[in-house]
Design a protein around this ligand. Structure first.
Ligand SMILES: Cc1cc2nc3c(=O)[nH]c(=O)nc-3n(C[C@H](O)[C@H](O)[C@H](O)COP(=O)(O)OP(=O)(O)OC[C@H]3O[C@@H](n4cnc5c(N)ncnc54)[C@H](O)[C@@H]3O)c2cc1C
Length: 122
């Protein structure tokens, strides 16, 4: 069976990773999974330019044009949460119960600030 790389996170890091894999000649299957629904958006303008946009040009905030994925033979599985990983079986499990085998797994899930338990935020 052909090689398959799964990338969890269809944002700046995940999409750049897929783009560089193709640019460097990787010809196996690439599947990017994200819990968000729809075409991945560029984050920085969402708190700036997006607020001033007229609402008709949301496409300009796409990280990549929707046809970019097919053009690079990259599958985007949106609206799906990765809930567990079995690194021995090399299997990623999604919130709909479906198992996805991989040869390489990239976690590009970003980061969330952790609040210090001792801090008083009131
Ligand atoms: C509104 C906003 C404005 C910003 N403005 C700026 C700026 O002006 N300058 C600047 O330098 N930075 C800015 N940032 C920060 C910048 O966007 C981040 O540094 C960048 O998006 C990080 O990219 P990333 O791919 O590492 O992670 P993220 O963009 O956080 O992407 C991680 C992705 O993983 C997905 N994911 C996580 N866990 C799972 C899971 N279990 N299953 C499936 N999917 C999962 C998430 O849905 C998300 O799409 C801004 C961020 C936001 C939100």
């Amino acid at each position: 069976m052909a090689d398959q790389i799964i990338i969890v996170g269809a944002s700046h890091a995940g999409i750049s990773c897929a783009e560089q894999l193709r640019a460097n000649g990787y010809a196996g299957r690439i599947c990017i999974i994200d819990r968000l629904v729809g075409a991945p958006l560029e984050r920085p303008p969402l708190s700036k330019a997006f607020l001033q946009a007229d609402g008709h040009g949301d496409a300009k905030f796409h990280l990549r044009r929707p046809d970019w994925f097919a053009a690079h033979d990259i599958e985007l599985l949106d609206g799906r949460d990765a809930v567990s990983i079995d690194p021995v079986q090399k299997q990623l499990n999604l919130d709909d119960g479906s198992p996805h085998g991989y040869d390489k797994l990239v976690l590009a899930t970003g980061a969330v600030p952790r609040q210090l338990a001792a801090a008083d935020w009131s």
